[in-house]
Design a protein around this ligand. Sequence first.
Ligand SMILES: [Zn+2]
Length: 457
Amino acid sequence: MRNMLLVIALWVMKILSGRCLKIMVMLLVTTASGNVFAKNKVTGMRVGVVQIEERAGFRLVVETQSPLKASLLLLQSPYRLVIDMPETIWAVDKLPRRGQLLVKPGTAYRFGTPRPNVGRLVLELEKPAAPERAFSLPPSDGGNRFVIDLLDRGKTAFLVAAAALAKNPKKDFGAQMPSGALARNADQVHVAKPLSMPLPKSKPSYLLVVPASSKSVPIKRPTSEKRKQKWVVFIDAGHGGKDPGAIGKAGTHEKIITLAAAQELARQLKATNKIIPILARNDDRYLRLRQRINLARQSQADLFISLHADSAHSSMAHGISVFTLSETASDKEAALLARKENDADLIGGPDLAAEDPDAAGALLRMFQRESMNQSARFAAAILKQIRGLPGGDKRGHRFAGFAVLKAPDMPSVLVEMGFLSNLKDEANLKSKSYRQDLSRRLTKAIVSYLNEYGPKI
Ligand SMILES: [Zn+2]
């Protein structure tokens, strides 16, 4: 049958010329290979350990004939990473279609072709590990490589990542090149090195997997891991140490007010019995904005709340403002305030560890956007509760480029609790009972937000 087609095609080709001829040849080639649309082949897959911020991350490398197109999805119960590779077929005949993964938190893998010419790989994970980065590397030893690194940053980070990926189902991560520090650090990018269990290159389909038993894939459940019973809320008392923050009409230092408010909020959150509060600082010390974010990420917080007290030229300005992160500010005053708050970092001298925001990579930017969406919901929950306070909801939800709100994996808000440049506000913020009232409302907002959107506890 195929020979006959070939004869007919050759005959047709004789009477055609130019572009038509080219199309005919292409058609013939693809028909002969049996895959009209598939342009790419997966030739090998490897998993291994990669160091991410001094922790062990999980690295997957997919080797393909041509540059890969890949979209990502995260699912729960059990935690899964799904990679869809359009226009790709499997050429890993020696690799079982399902099996165990030997590198944690991976437990099992399976791959197949859910739709014609779409290759799908599913990795099962015993922890909520989300992609940190995904990028392609140019061919080496004949193959193209698509690299994806996963790290467990807790349930909320996983949920943010899952929501972001679900909103961008067509985003092609195969087109991403390694960015920023990763691109500069050749050791990290070199795929052969970080793999904990390298296997011979001549047998790429044999790599790093244990064939499943003939019956079913045994999937290990995280039995030893204690289920998280409480939410973690990170409370960031603004300023501190050599940075006093704003100074009030009556001489009050912002750093004193923010610490007192943070400690009261922590006390009330703890009393709910559902929340573990973590303070950025519990004394008068200077912390960089980046350090505050890192501390929150290390504690795998479910929420980040930064407490401040503003000052303005006009002593008339008063009331509470709730801010979330945005590239463009909601108003001039918000932009100015963000700049002023970000200047807290200048007091500590140049920050050599600061990341170049352009180097963040497509995944991180996507998670950041989703985290900003969720932060807006958290801000709305706060505004609802502070309505009853003097000037409580007058200023509303506003946004600007606050550096301290840039954690990509947790909803983050900054509350300007009042104006120290206003005598009434300053007196309120100095009063213990006022701070107790404010904390009671913030606690209510935090619990209601977490009940609705947080991970189940
Ligand atoms: Zn401040």
